[in-house]
Design a protein around this ligand. Structure first.
Ligand code: 1CP
Length: 341
């Protein structure tokens, strides 16, 4: 046993762990009353993300309540378009609104615009125990491109999908720009002190087959390669949410990620059989079960723990929904921490 190592890192490095580590996507955020109170201290969500005092506190809030094995820096995937110079706002009840960009050449990566995120990382570090992994993240180019092209999420990203099917040069150019920006941003996060990276490809499932490999797998592979060359010891979790089983397999085999994040549509017994022999897995409790809590949630949690065994980081299949009672999270996290094979 590697007692003095962070369990999340051990799983990602293929080492034995005593118990399955756990963290939750969107473990910080609006389901926590202390987050809602903190959120009032900034006028806009972007300002909140770019205030190291507030963002570091938001990062730590869930760790004060629950014995989680990882912290994830409080930020948002849409800070990348913001740092490229696009106008990004978050509208209450509606979600993100991005102003269409005139031409691609007007976008340029300006790391100074996300420097406060790096400061947040530095501020959080001294408060983490030596067992807690610190996760930095970015959206994958396809998912970020969806928002940049569409401007909001209400349209189901129809024009981005159309551009992908037609392989339009504008999309390819935007993707290339995002790939470079993502590598620069994640490298800066690693230098600031995170020890794991997660790539959120939340809208990967809008594409399949050839378009999936061109806009999801291939860019991820190039980002992983660039990061691994510079930081060989920093593991990467890839989350191609909504991918078909075939696309999940292709993604795992081709990208070089250390772990694949599973959404709740993926059948755990299939994933344990087909994916787990090739790498660690993360996921995939349905956030609706966490919302529900109680016996149904614990039954499925036990099933996942049995199915996946030790090469697994317990998580949800997507983020904690904002109506979730915080006590359900207490129940789940303690259940996972106390579980033994
Ligand atoms: O006022 C608020 O509190 C706004 C809600 C909120 C929060 C708490 C948004 C707006 N973003 C965040 C933080 C956030 N976003 C984190 C850090 C918190 C944590 O995980 O503990 C992370 C990792 C993200 C990542 C993110 N943002 C994703 C990828 C994961 C996913 O949920 O699929 C995506 C798609 C976004 C875009 C986004 N940010 C916020 C909204 C409302 C949306 C749009 C979602 C949509 O398109 O429906």
């Amino acid at each position: 046993m590697y007692k003095n190592e962070k369990p999340v890192l051990s799983v990602l490095q293929g080492k034995e762990v005593e118990a399955t580590p756990v963290w939750l996507m969107r473990q910080a955020g609006r389901y926590l009353p202390e987050y809602r109170q903190l959120r009032e201290k900034a006028d806009t969500f972007i300002e909140f993300c770019l205030s190291p005092d507030l963002a570091s506190e938001a990062t730590l809030q869930p760790l004060r309540r629950y014995p989680l094995d990882a912290a994830i820096v409080f930020a948002d995937i849409l800070l990348v378009p913001f740092a490229l110079g696009q106008d990004v706002r978050f509208v209450e009840q509606e979600g993100p609104v991005l102003k269409p960009f005139e031409k691609l050449s007007s976008l340029k990566w300006d790391e100074g615009r996300v420097a406060p995120v790096l400061e947040t990382i530095c501020k959080v570090l001294p408060s983490l125990t030596d067992q807690t992994a610190f996760i930095g993240f970015a959206g994958s180019p396809w998912t970020v491109a969806c928002y940049m092209i569409e401007g909001c999420s209400q349209t189901g990203f129809a024009s981005a999908c159309q551009m992908a099917v037609k392989e339009e040069p504008l999309l390819d150019d935007l993707m290339a720009l995002l790939e470079q920006a993502t590598v620069a941003y994640l490298s800066a996060q690693i230098k600031a002190g995170v020890d794991v990276i997660q790539l959120f490809d939340s809208h990967a499932g809008l594409l399949t087959g050839k378009a999936f490999s061109r806009y999801v797998t291939d860019p991820t592979k190039r980002i992983v390669l660039a990061l691994k060359q510079a930081f060989p010891n920093v593991p990467i979790i890839g989350f191609p949410r909504g991918a078909t089983p075939q696309d999940y397999m292709a993604y795992q085999q081709a990208t070089g990620v250390d772990a694949v994040g599973l959404d709740q549509q993926v059948d755990p017994s299939w994933a344990a059989r087909e994916l787990q022999p090739h790498g660690a897995l993360q996921g995939n409790l349905d956030p609706a079960l966490l919302l529900e809590g109680g016996a149904a949630m614990l039954k499925q949690a036990a099933y996942l723990l049995r199915q996946f065994g030790p090469r697994h980081i317990f998580n949800l299949g997507h983020g904690v929904v904002k109506e979730t009672p915080p006590e359900h999270v207490t129940q789940l996290v303690h259940f996972v921490k106390d579980w033994r094979p």
